[in-house]
Unconditional design. Structure first.
Lengths: 306, 328
């Protein structure tokens, strides 16, 4: 286990360096004027150009400038917004909301997704199975922003069950979390169903049934644990999609999180703010993926000894 | 069950080939045609898949929808005679009626005409991006898998770096750096979105290609070709590629729908396609402020978008089933 963790951390370092370099190079050092898109519809004022040039060391050669930028990131300095506020402060203020939203979305997708998958997988070919298959297909094909707008108008405005926009309470995050998690929910349900159907045919399940174990124990303990391994992988890999979806959902429901900051930054053409916030989300995604890999070793003993 | 494939073969065509009986393996070059096997004409994996596909209702339905959409993208005049850019502010946000089936949008343009014309941007972005990532990913994956060693290590780490950036977030970074404005020509705006999605989209294709090439390159016929003195490019293009391409074809079909969604999402965010281009994403973003009063502005472009995505997902499912020997 210890060796595995060290090994994974070792693989992680070059990826983080490469990814942040990729983003830095994309934003600041591609041919052309890096300030063409950073200040809204007008050209950037000279003092802003001077400030950003100093801040991002744009006069230095690329590798050196990148190293200084990484140093800044590591010490928590993410630069300033166009109006001069610290991006780090704003991120710190907004991050808990985005965290709540994504954790809620993951809860929605895992709890409902696994339940639907088990219902469908244990009644293969039945009514519930077909219902799950068809409804997941429909959910998958409706893009998150369309679903968000539909949910907002239906459950928020028409029926009044949920707040239309965020008022800061956890309850107001429930509808956005369902919307955000819906796509992954459908994938989780299909994944669990497929794995369950496959695993129910294995020898060890037949043995468990032959031993006289109850159906609940056979499915809940013996089969489900094995069927959940791919789900953990999926949730980890999908976390990046969730963060991308958070930009859309926080924009629609006006939730004051990091995604909303990006959404507003895009509309105000504040390139520097957008890229700084997105970089943070990408870093979070990398860390979460590492954690998922470690979690993987906890669930699947075969990996622990590898 | 009409194909003699062992059940333990997992990757569609890669492992499929060595398992072929001699008559079929030789038949690849047409030399042992009619050598006493069931069919006079040898069947390839693609041929088998095509036979399966023609009988699959899911494939037929999704292919029909996609054909209509492609026709809509290529010749929108077939579906509507109204000019999507002839707008009358007096008609602003009028609901659907006999003269305008889908109603009017904010600028008083005919929603039906605009929805029909919106297919072009979605299909164009989806197809171009998919072609781009299939090409780049295949080349990278083939080189990494075929050469192995240091080339492989370098290319694989490079792939990892691009893979680590979530696609929507990465595309936002690219497009925030190269924004389009109302004055940007349409092909440039579309090109930027294709680039933004393509820059990060090729990694899965590269990984798929690499792993199948590693399997295929050990096959006897590749060794034979090398023994006969075939050059690297000939071995790669004539012997390895045709036998390693199936997983990429399957993935490309599925990912096309994802690219359509991502384009619409970026356009909705206001960072993808821009005003002179007609796009479902832009139409939906315009509808956002008037949801309560004019839901038709959301419903029609939203429905077209969803049906398009659904069609590509169903097509991808059908193609995957057809190419997967485990299901035969």
């Amino acid at each position: 286990m210890g060796r595995y963790v060290v090994q994974r951390l070792g693989q992680m370092v070059p990826v983080v360096i490469g990814t942040t370099f990729l983003i830095y190079a994309l934003v600041w050092s591609l041919p052309g004027d890096p300030f063409a898109a950073k200040c809204g519809d007008r050209p950037c004022p000279q003092n802003y150009i001077d400030r950003m040039t100093a801040e991002y060391n744009l006069d230095d050669p690329l590798p050196l400038a990148y190293l200084q930028y990484m140093g800044n990131l590591l010490t928590g300095d993410f630069g300033q917004t166009f109006s001069g506020a610290s991006i780090a402060d704003e991120l710190l203020q907004r991050y808990p909301t985005t965290l709540q939203l994504t954790v809620l979305a993951i809860l929605v997708e895992v709890v409902i997704g696994v339940a639907a998958g088990v219902l469908a997988g244990t009644r293969r070919g039945g009514f519930l199975d077909n219902l799950v298959l068809v409804s997941t297909l429909v959910v998958v094909s409706i893009p998150v922003f369309v679903l968000g707008l539909l949910a907002q108008i239906t459950f928020g405005v028409r029926l009044g069950w949920f707040p239309v926009t965020s008022d800061g309470t956890l309850f107001s995050l429930v509808l956005p979390a369902i919307v955000l998690g819906s796509l992954s929910l459908a994938f989780v349900a299909r994944l669990v169903r497929a794995n369950l159907v496959e695993n129910l045919r294995t020898d060890y399940v037949r043995t468990a049934i032959a031993k006289g174990l109850t159906r609940q124990r056979v499915i809940g303990v013996h089969t489900l644990r094995n069927s959940l391994i791919p789900v953990v992988t999926f949730v980890g890999a999908d976390f990046g999609g969730l963060l991308g979806g958070a930009v859309v959902v926080e924009g629609i429901f006006n939730i004051p999180g990091v995604g909303n900051m990006i959404f507003r930054g895009i509309n105000a053409h504040e390139g520097a703010t957008v890229t700084a916030a997105v970089t943070v989300l990408v870093l979070v995604f990398l860390i979460v993926n590492l954690l998922v890999d470690l979690l993987y070793a906890v669930i699947d003993p075969r990996i622990r000894h590898a | 069950m009409h194909s003699p494939v062992a059940p333990d073969q997992i990757v569609p065509s890669a492992a499929h080939v060595p398992g072929r009986p001699p008559g079929r393996a030789g038949g690849q070059r047409g030399r042992r045609r009619g050598g006493g096997h069931r069919a006079a004409v040898p069947r390839s994996l693609a041929g088998d898949a095509w036979r399966d596909l023609r009988r699959s209702p899911v494939f037929l339905v999704s292919a029909a929808i996609i054909l209509v959409l492609v026709a809509m993208a290529a010749v929108p005049g077939l579906f509507t005679s109204a000019d999507p850019r002839a707008c009358d502010l007096a008609n602003s946000r009028l609901p659907p009626s006999g003269s305008a089936w889908f109603g009017y949008d904010l600028q008083g343009c005919d929603m039906y005409a605009r929805t029909v014309h919106g297919a072009r941007a979605s299909i164009l972005v989806g197809v171009l991006t998919t072609l781009g990532i299939a090409l780049v990913g295949s080349v990278v994956g083939m080189f990494a898998g075929y050469h192995g060693g240091r080339v492989d290590a370098l290319l694989s780490r490079l792939t990892d770096m691009f893979f680590a950036v979530p696609m929507l977030l990465g595309a936002i970074i690219v497009l925030a750096t190269f924004p389009s404005t109302v004055g940007t020509p349409a092909w440039q705006t579309i090109g930027k979105v294709v680039m933004a999605l393509g820059v990060l989209g090729w990694t899965t294709v590269a990984r798929l290609m690499r792993s199948t090439v590693i399997q295929v390159k050990q096959a006897d016929y590749v060794q034979a070709a090398r023994g006969l003195g075939a050059g690297t490019s000939r071995i790669l293009l004539r012997h390895i590629l045709p036998n390693a391409v199936a997983p990429v074809v399957v993935y490309s079909t599925i990912i096309l729908g994802v690219f359509v969604v991502l384009e619409a999402t970026l356009s909705f965010l206001g960072i993808g396609l821009q005003a002179p281009v007609i796009s479902w994403g832009i139409a939906i973003s315009e509808a956002r402020a008037y949801l309560r009063q004019s839901p038709h502005m959301l419903l029609f472009p939203g429905a077209f978008l969803s049906v398009t995505v659904l069609a590509f997902i169903m097509l991808g499912d059908a193609v995957r089933d057809a190419f997967d020997p485990r299901l035969r």
